[in-house]
Each structure stands twice: as C-alpha cells, then as structure tokens.
Design a protein around this ligand. Sequence first.
Ligand SMILES: Cc1ncc(COP(=O)(O)O)c(C=O)c1O
Length: 389
Amino acid sequence: MKASAGSRSLALETLAVHAGQPADPTSGAVMMPIVLASTFAQRSPGEHQGFEYSRSGNPTRNALEACLAALEGGKHGFAFASGLGASTTVLHTLKPGDHVLSGDDVYGGTFRLLDKVLAPMGVASSFVDLSDPQAVARSMRPETKLVWLETPTNPMLKIFDIGAIAEIAKKRGARVLVDNTFATPVLQSPLALGADIVLHSTTKYLNGHSDVVGGAVVTSDEAFAERLRFLQNAMGAVPSPFDCYLVLRGIKTLSVRVERATASAANIAERLRAHPKVERVYYPGLETHPNHAVAKKQMRGFGAMISFVLRGGLEPSRRFLSALEIFACAESLGGVESLAEHPAIMTHASVPAEQRKTLGIDDGLCRLSVGVEALSDLWADIEGALDKA
Ligand SMILES: Cc1ncc(COP(=O)(O)O)c(C=O)c1O
C-alpha cells in the first residue's frame, strides 16, 4: 500500500491487509519481514535507529501493533506473548487496595488470574452479572479502578451493554476494558462504544489458524498507554517476531473468516434449537436470547461461538463430543477449523463448581467454535454425533 492511501479513511477489510505494513523500503517486499535480531546496532552510544533491544521494540512487532491499533480504531497497540500475558500486564497498572469489577462469566484463566494471583497481591475483584448495566452502579466501590468485560461472554454468551456500562463507570472514575476476543474487531468496536481498553487473545480469531499463542491490547488513553508501554518492557511478556508475523498474516483474512464462520454458526444455532436432544441453545443471534436486542445494537454480527445444553447431562455430552469427526474435541476457539469442548471439564475447570453451577455451566453444556468448513459437512457431523449422544 502506498503511503498516500493512509490519508484516506480505509475500511476494516483493507486495514486488515495493509495497516502498519508498507512495502519494505529496501527490497519492495510486500510481506512484512520477520526481523529476528534481538539487538540493534547504535551509531554511537544512545544513538539508535528506533530499535535497541527486541524486548523493548521490534520492527515485526511494531507492524503488528500498528495493525491491531488500526483495526480497533485506537491510537496505541501492544502485542503480548499470550492473552493472559496481556491481561497480567494490564492488571499490573493497578496497585494494592484497588478493586476490579468483572463480569461474572469470564474465561476461566482470567478468573484464575484475578482470584488466585491478583487477590493475594492486594488487588481484589468481584464477579457480577452485568447484563443489567445498573448492576455496575450497585457493585462499584470507591476503590474500583477497572471494569472488566467479556462480551459475548465465555461460555454462556451473555451480552453486556458496553456503552451503558462505560457511561456509569466513567462517572465514577474507573476505566472499562473489553475482552473483544469472541467478537473480533470485525463484529464489535468497543472503543467507539465508549470503552477505554480493548484486549484480545490473538491466539483465537485474529491469528485464526491455531498455531500461535498471543495477546494484544489497544487503547487511545495516553496515560494508560504510557504505563502499559513501560510495563510491556519491564515485565517482558512479549511475543516472538515469528509469532508477530504469523498473527499479521492471519489478520489479513480476518473478515472473510469471521463472516463465513458467523453465517454458518447462525444456521447451526437455529438447527440445534429445533433438535429434540438439545435442551437449550445460547447464541446471541437467536431472537430468544435474553440480550439479543443489545447484541443487535452493539455488534455487526453475532459471532461463531455457540453453547448448548444436551438433555441428560454429562454422559450424553461425553458421547456427543467423542463422536464428532470434523469438529475436534479441543480447548480454544476462533481457528479455521471447527472445535467443540466441554467447559465444565475443560476451559472452565478452574472456576469453582459452585460458581459454575450459578453461571449455568452445567454438565450438559457443550461449546462449539464454528470454523470455515462447508456448512453441510459441519451440520452432518453434529447431527451424526447427536444421534450417538
Ligand atoms: C475470551 C478469552 N480471553 C483471554 C484468553 C486467554 O488467552 P491466551 O490463552 O492466549 O492466554 C482466552 C483463552 O481462551 C479467552 O477465551
């Protein structure tokens, strides 16, 4: 892409292919080079050419960070070695005595980080159903510095109203972070809706090929960005240049992948709802979903994640997950290949059983990440496995 195109406002699909990646000035290479160097020569002590040491900055990582910022419509992008590496670094902007108000249905690893790592260090968290934005007003404390939302949530696919929550939180002086992993910037723009910080596990849709573990943060908040840049270097949870390259490459097809998978998921959710062995389906695109109206307001599509409860509990779900042939029974999500899992035994095992029960993560709950394979093959696979459940 020529530099002059950068002065026009470009659509997300175009930014995904080009943002942060002008053709290499030395060779004209149209793909971002993987700069593996750990250190960079200085002309004289302190006189460097923009890079000193790859933990503090690396050209391939810079390209990814610029691309991430462009996709989320933020000023500053940061890449990390994992989604939890991103979360850990963000949470270190807090100090003992601060409080985090989190949605109740967060990724199990995020819950574990807040409950088992941050709490003993003096940063307390509470986990609240924020489907009603007024719950934010009721649950905030004077020391609440951060409101942490996943929306859609994992695995119950609740939708929280980002704009309404941000309005309440800001009046009380707390920042709002949205984990946009499930929606992706294709379907949801948290910063435009009023959030201060967007976080991703790039392991999922952004990379999209299940061959990288990575994380990202985007913000336009200058003070927060400055502190996060310091912590990114000081704490060191940075990704390798090779992983940055892979994520950049994955992002190029982000919109086509997400659009295709979302269309298939909407169809599968409808068919699951009509299936006699299925007790309940959680998918924000269904009109029966309790937060469907909010999803319609703040999302450009309903995503490719579906959770559903099989009649009969654990044993039928085990049989269903074992009988699938195209869907792999595996943790994670957001890749080109379809995955299926059992949250209570797999991704959310670190959430205490009592809390899982309150959230609805029961023994019959299965979660699907719909990929980009042919819809006819995916449904035949699900139907066949349901027969055996
Ligand atoms: C919504 C969400 N956020 C964060 C994470 C953590 O990301 P990572 O596994 O890349 O550390 C995950 C992982 O599954 C996730 O699903």
